[in-house]
Write a new protein. Structure first.
Length: 271
């Protein structure tokens, strides 16, 4: 995922602070104004394009079981090519949006915080916490639905059963196409989460905006409402909690998409 690497290169005026640092009250008031990164208009434009790309999944959802097997599927190659095409569209679109934000950013690290995270040699607690939040998000996606509705389901197993019953062992090729589809949508979801978080921090001039996973909450609310249409309240609660935890992972890993996107893909495969 070289095109989505989001390293914390310090922008102008954001090097290490000396002993006579700025008072905390003054930092809070100027936090959003001096934060390196894309402008608000660029973030809004990127978010709008993300919304359009994500809405394509709603159009596909109108075709019986095209997006979410098991169920009635097309013949092998049309179905596989449909998944591959959508996955490629989302991956290419997400990359173009990210490069657009990078060009409009004052630093190479598009979504970076104002202060770089300590290295692992200095302090590993932030990555340990991110790992715990990531594992918790996956466990919530797996465990909460049967706890809330009393029925055990495991999406990856159901997916393979549906493909195998339709295509036999040729379902391996369809599964590869679906995996490309899933990864493309996960990258788009992670980029949307990061963009919402960055936009919030650029608008809200308070330190709380950098520690509350607003991006995860917003994505969880939107995704949860869509999931609730077919899965009911249990799907809404599960999606909201899992995506909120993903937002925490995004913050704790320094807002790097190379960490947020794989975590998103791992969680969404169970939702």
């Amino acid at each position: 995922m070289a095109g989505f690497s989001d390293r914390n290169h310090p922008g102008p005026g954001h090097g290490p602070r000396g002993a006579s640092g700025t008072p905390s009250g003054e930092r809070d008031g100027a936090f959003a104004e001096h934060r390196p990164g894309p402008s608000r208009s660029s973030l809004l434009a990127a978010l709008a394009v993300c919304a359009v790309l994500a809405a394509l999944q709603l159009a596909l959802a109108g075709i019986p079981d095209l997006v979410r097997p098991p169920g009635r599927l097309m013949t092998l190659w049309p179905q596989t090519l449909a998944w591959l095409g959508m996955g490629a569209l989302w991956i290419i679109g997400s990359r173009r949006i990210f490069l657009f934000l990078r060009r409009s950013s004052t630093s190479r690290g598009v979504f970076q915080d104002t202060e770089s995270l300590p290295s692992l040699d200095e302090d590993h607690r932030h990555l340990t916490a991110a790992l715990w939040f990531g594992v918790s998000a996956v466990l919530c996606a797996v465990i909460l639905p049967p706890m809330l509705i009393g029925q055990w389901t495991l999406q990856p197993v159901q997916l393979w059963q549906g493909l195998y019953s339709t295509y036999g062992m040729a379902g391996v090729m369809a599964a590869a196409g679906w995996l490309a589809y899933h990864c493309g949508f996960s990258i788009l979801a992670a980029l949307t989460l990061a963009t919402v978080q960055a936009l919030t921090e650029s608008v809200v001039s308070s330190r709380w905006a950098s520690v509350v996973p607003v991006g995860g909450i917003v994505v969880g609310l939107m995704g949860g409402l869509l999931q609730a249409l077919t899965g009911g309240p249990a799907a809404f609660v599960t999606t909201l909690i899992s995506c909120t935890l993903l937002g925490a992972v995004h913050l704790l890993t320094g807002r790097r998409l190379r960490w947020t996107a794989p975590a998103t893909a791992l969680v969404l495969i169970f939702l």
